[in-house]
Design a protein around this ligand. Structure first.
Ligand code: ADP
Ligand code: MG
Length: 635
């Protein structure tokens, strides 16, 4: 008897499971499916990302609903459009042998009328983002008064994004006696509260230990000057020629900028964030899945829960504001039994956050050095050698062989190798030969040390004045012109706030705020006796959904970061198409079967991405000498 059968799943589902090539249930599936099938109870399940939670609630829900009826019986709330679509697609696959099944995705940014029409056809299961769902219930387009099962998927993230009120309102339209199943990777207090409020004696299932990052992921941090962030990112990428990564930035604006810089510099990169249309986001995700994009630069909101195979690296270009978010970021790699690396590029002023993250994820970070130019050249050379060794010979070349032989006759094998490799090596070497060491001395400063060179201020404005920590930080940063990391530990209270600067700036700060007025009100700043705490992470009071959606963050101070690492060359258009065709044109994705779990099917989802290099134009050098002339290089 198949392991899935022993969980109590029916034949139509078992058939679909066989079709998908799932061989054995994952741990969370094994623990939840029998319980959910047997009883109508509430359940809280905590499991890391990539452990198969969708099927853990999807299989039981599909088995329990009545497909003969057109009534909406199941509701799944999830934080983002991408996730919503991903779950919908998975459920359709799981339920493909259920005749009459209609699963409908409801999410913002697409036609509400179209969605309403789909619902009218009779959707037994609705998968929705909270915002749009609330909207449609309000307009009486959706009736959830008869649902029997409600799933809160990625509950921690929904709450992080400020969906608490929307969820409360949505659930107020649902019957009291429904079963609620909450799935989450982490269990912060907010999630506990929601479980208390909306659930009746939920059974709790934990897979692995809650709040702990995947054991498959190793964590590294790199200490650099804030202005070298981008240069450091490039080096990390250049030292990993096969990198297939998600790069996280804090704001939409930074996301867009970093992606644009990478593209200009010749990498196969793209941005994904909330300012893109649904269509654009789908396109980006598709190219990423097909490995045509090697570096996906993303906001936390846009990348949430995205399940793409074999991501090798997660790079935290900037640390998230919330420690919880780090778990989600690093969970994009090391999925389904694979290993992955989560890298953090960190400046001195933020390095203390590393320890807090370690505590949370219960894993140690390794402090690593940004690779030197020499190291990168070496990595690239051996990567190339490897590629050459593994390349299948194209016999169409055979006809030209005699002439080629003639042309190269005078060279020994050794000389040929040298010449051949010089083609690639020279441009890396030229670019990196004068490169400086980007590493900053020192490790994590202790808390006390941290306080030593820093001044904490009290300021008499706060949430009452419509500031949250982020707007206040931006306001101060711009006003004081201290650069991106010049103002930190911003902690906003109701009618006052605190913030820190390096103590060298004390005089400046006090002089700027002497007789300072804001909209007719006098604003005063004093040095605080409380040298201490908090701010940064702890301070999100605004409760607004997705600070990512605000695209804020002053432009000042960012310039330095760019200039050091870019050539002036503008003629990029010829690179634009780049290697698009180099990636596998059709990596079998929608099939839903992923590596790592045992599965029968082969032929898709192969381990190694089939691209040869991340560069569109092939590289890094300002001019194209020596490589055929047609490709433009940039630094
Ligand atoms: P989570 O929600 O926990 O992050 P997902 O539900 O997105 O994880 O599952 C991750 C991937 O693993 C999906 O692509 C899914 O199709 C696949 N998967 C789920 N269960 C199994 C299984 N039992 N065997 C093989 N693959 C599975
Ligand atoms: Mg999931």
């Amino acid at each position: 008897m198949s392991k899935f059968k022993s969980l109590g799943l029916n034949d139509t589902l078992l058939q679909a499971i066989t079709d998908m090539g799932f061989e054995a249930p994952s741990e969370v599936q094994e623990k939840t499916i029998p319980i959910l099938l047997e009883k109508d109870i509430d359940l809280v399940a905590l499991a890391q990302t990539g452990t198969g939670k969708t099927a853990a609630f999807g299989f039981p829900m599909l088995q329990k609903i009545d497909v003969g009826s057109r009534t909406t019986q199941g509701l799944i709330l999830s934080p983002t459009r991408e996730l919503c679509l991903q779950i919908t697609n998975e459920l359709k696959l799981y339920g493909k042998h259920e005749k009459g099944l209609n699963v409908v995705a409801i999410y913002g940014g697409a036609s509400i009328q179209d969605q309403a029409r789909q619902i009218q056809k009779g959707a037994q299961i609705i998968v929705a983002t909270p915002g749009r769902m609330k909207d449609m219930i309000g307009r009486r387009m959706i009736d959830i008064s008869k649902i029997e099962y409600c799933v809160l998927d990625e509950a921690d993230e929904m709450l992080n994004m400020g969906f608490y009120e929307d969820i409360t309102e949505i659930l107020s339209y649902s019957p009291d006696d429904k079963s609620t199943w909450l799935f989450s990777a982490t269990m912060p207090r907010e999630v506990r509260n929601i479980a208390k409020k909306f659930m009746h004696d939920p059974i709790e299932v934990t897979v692995g230990s809650a709040n702990v990052g995947s054991s498959q992921v190793s964590h590294e941090y790199y200490l650099v000057n804030a202005r070298d962030r981008y240069a450091a990112l490039k080096r990390l990428a250049d030292a990993q020629p096969d990198i297939f990564s998600v790069i996280f930035c804090r704001t939409k604006r930074d996301t867009q900028k970093v992606a644009e810089q990478l593209i200009e510099d010749g990498y196969n990169a793209a941005a994904i964030h909330g300012d893109l249309s649904q269509n654009q986001r789908d396109m980006v995700m598709n190219s990423f899945r097909k490995r045509q994009i090697q570096m996906l630069v993303a906001t936390d909101v846009a990348a949430r829960g995205i399940d793409v195979e074999n991501i090798t690296h997660v790079i935290n270009y900037q640390l998230p504001d919330e420690i919880e978010t780090y778990t989600h970021r690093s969970g994009r790699t090391g999925r389904a039994g694979k290993t992955g690396i989560s890298m953090v590029i960190v400046s001195k002023s933020e390095v203390r956050k590393i320890s807090s993250i370690e505590k949370k994820i219960q894993k140690k970070f390794e402090k690593k050095e940004i690779p030197s130019g020499d190291h990168i050249c070496e990595m690239q050379l051996f990567h190339l050698a490897n590629n050459i060794a593994n390349t299948e010979i194209n016999h169409e070349i055979d006809v030209h062989l005699p002439k080629l032989n003639d042309a190269l006759e005078s060279f020994s094998k050794e000389e040929l190798i040298k010449k051949f490799f010089s083609v690639e090596f020279t441009r890396f070497n030229n670019y990196y030969k004068k490169s400086k060491d980007l590493n900053v001395e020192g490790g994590r400063s202790s808390y006390e040390e941290d306080q030593k060179d820093s001044t904490r201020y009290f300021i008499n404005i706060g949430t009452k004045d419509d500031f949250d920590w982020m707007t206040l930080k931006d306001f101060l940063k711009d006003l004081l012109d201290l650069g991106k990391d010049g103002v930190y530990k911003v902690d906003v209270k109701d009618s006052f706030s605190f913030f820190n600067t390096d103590d060298t700036h004390e005089e400046l700060v006090l002089s700027v705020f002497k007789d300072f007025q804001l909209e007719g009100r006098s604003v005063s700043v004093e040095v605080s006796k409380d040298k201490g705490r908090s701010g940064g992470g702890g301070g999100r009071r605004g409760g607004g959904r997705g600070r990512d959606d605000r695209g804020r963050g002053g432009d000042r101070g960012r310039r330095g970061e760019r200039s050091s690492d870019r050539g002036g060359d503008r003629g990029r258009s010829e690179n634009r198409r780049g290697d698009r065709d180099r990636g596998k044109s059709d990596s079998d994705f929608g099939g839903g079967s992923k590596d790592g779990f045992k599965k029968r099917r082969s032929g898709s989802g192969d381990d190694k991405p089939k691209f040869s290099g991340k560069r569109r134009g092939g590289g890094d050098k300002p001019e194209s000498k020596g490589t055929g002339g047609k490709r433009r290089r940039r630094v």
